[in-house]
Design a protein around this ligand. Sequence first.
Ligand SMILES: [Ca+2]
Ligand SMILES: [Ca+2]
Length: 114
Amino acid sequence: MKLIFICRPKFDRPKYFGAVRENSSPGTPVELEHPIKIFDADEGPNRDFMVILRGEGSGKFQVDPATGKIFVGNFPLDREEKQMYSLKLIATDRGNLSTSAVLELSIIDINDNP
Ligand SMILES: [Ca+2]
Ligand SMILES: [Ca+2]
């Protein structure tokens, strides 16, 4: 059987915004203004895709490759160090067709530096 890859996975928005408190424990879900929705119009295995996160500071977060859900990674977030992350979400299907979207995450201050 020959697989034909026609459709790119599509994000429902070009840009997503989210916020998370600094010092959140690893694995804390990042609240987004609008949840990331990805749709691939192909059928069967051609519609499977994987989401990755790129950009400066992307190592501080984890993304569920199947859904695009974002979680705090294993490194502590410090608002005094960086208060906004501008990242790139990339969804790639099995045919290697990909689409990207912007993900802007703000770090919410907690009073940890009196
Ligand atoms: Ca596809
Ligand atoms: Ca603080």
